[in-house]
Design a protein around this ligand. Structure first.
Ligand SMILES: NC(=O)c1ccc[n+]([C@@H]2O[C@H](COP(=O)([O-])OP(=O)(O)OC[C@H]3O[C@@H](n4cnc5c(N)ncnc54)[C@H](O)[C@@H]3O)[C@@H](O)[C@H]2O)c1
Length: 337
């Protein structure tokens, strides 16, 4: 029997994943959809073939009347905390889009509620289920070119920000950098010990918060990752996962396009580059996330990328922001005391 799911937020991303991922997932079936925008809700009702009686403009009504097991929150980021809290209080398991929340104390509160009630709380860090990222992780682990010494990671994009994104305090960090910073933790199975960085804006950008960031993240084992990311760069853009160079003792591992398409390449001591075969996950990206969420519910275990785990990624974002403001190195763990 598939789990009964309510999805909240059917904007550009929400409607897209509802069609291409939720409808295709064998583990879930819609028992309700929610959006405060009635025209979007009508459009979604038709496209997803969800009965008008199962369409809601108010998420609390949906959570109390919809007969759901679980909620998938794809609403605009500033509303994640309120929607998530309401769903947990109504005893529903929650999968929430990144960023989980925008304030770390809110995240801690939600994690505590989920724990107290025995509910699953998972954050959609879907890059952990993307084949290029899984392939890079496999090659880092194989150590065919020796041990990693340092990493260079880049991301450049010209993004047309949503109205809510234009008002966010840390636009680049919380909307996009979050994927790459979570990748750092995932790729090396380590947490970030210290960060020193800077975020900044371009005058007249139309964004309240900063669209650019550079930072050095030092992992627990001491390895530095040099990161630059921007959502406001004309010209050549990066794939969403970014361009990575993992410098090892006997060569370099790249997630990039070194001539045979975007993917993972190994470059040895005599400059020979070879593209490696991709890891093929059973379910990719958000389908993988949905499968993991369902399995965690059915087997009563913590999901990968749980809310609790994601506090460490959120702490690294906060540490980057504070380092920029104060000009000092900051430790993410200090945010979790
Ligand atoms: N994981 C990924 O790769 C990925 C990619 C894109 C976006 N996202 C995330 O998905 C979320 C949505 O992004 P988007 O691009 O669809 O934004 P969007 O602005 O296009 O859509 C947001 C939707 O949320 C609805 N909404 C806002 N408040 C609501 C409320 N209280 N109740 C119900 N509906 C409400 C809006 O009416 C709108 O339809 C964001 O958190 C974003 O960061 C994740």
């Amino acid at each position: 029997m598939p789990l009964q799911l309510i999805q909240v937020g059917l904007g550009a991303h929400g409607l897209g994943v509802a069609q291409s991922d939720v409808l295709m997932a064998q583990d879930f079936t819609f028992c309700g959809i929610v959006d405060i925008d009635e025209s979007r809700l009508r459009q979604a009702s038709q496209l997803l073939q969800v009965e008008p009686a199962q369409c809601y403009t108010d998420y609390k009504t949906a959570f109390t009347q919809g007969g759901a097991d679980a909620v998938y929150i794809t609403a605009a980021s500033p509303f994640h905390y309120d929607i998530c809290k309401c769903a947990l209080e109504e005893n529903l398991h929650v999968l929430v889009e990144k960023p989980f929340v925008t304030e770390i104390d809110q995240g801690k509160e939600l994690v505590a509620i989920a724990k107290r009630k025995g509910l699953k709380l998972m954050v959609d860090q879907n890059y952990r289920w993307v084949k290029s990222v899984l392939t890079l992780k496999r090659e880092i682990g194989r150590q065919a070119l020796g041990e990693p010494m340092f990493v260079d990671a880049k991301f450049f994009y010209s993004h047309e920000g949503k109205p809510y994104q234009r008002q966010m305090q840390d636009y680049m960090l919380f909307e996009m950098g979050i994927h790459h910073i979570d990748m750092m933790r995932f790729l090396f199975d380590e947490n970030i010990h210290t960060v020193r960085g800077r975020t900044w804006n371009t005058p007249g950008s139309g964004y309240l918060g900063d669209p650019h960031v550079y930072a050095v993240y030092e992992l627990d084992g001491g390895m530095p990752i040099f990161y630059i990311g921007s959502l406001l760069t004309q010209g050549l853009s990066s794939p969403w996962e970014g361009q990575w160079r993992v410098q090892c003792t006997k060569g370099s591992i790249h997630l990039d396009d070194l001539g045979a398409g975007y993917g993972v390449y190994l470059v040895n001591e005599v400059q020979e580059a070879a593209k490696v075969d991709d890891v093929i996950p059973k379910h990719e990206s958000i389908r993988g996330v949905l499968a993991e969420f369902a399995d965690a519910i059915l087997h009563d275990r913590a999901p990968l990328s749980s809310g609790e785990d994601n506090l460490l990624t959120l702490a690294a974002l906060n540490a980057t922001s504070d380092s920029s403001r104060d000009g000092k190195a900051c430790c993410p763990m200090d945010y979790l005391q």
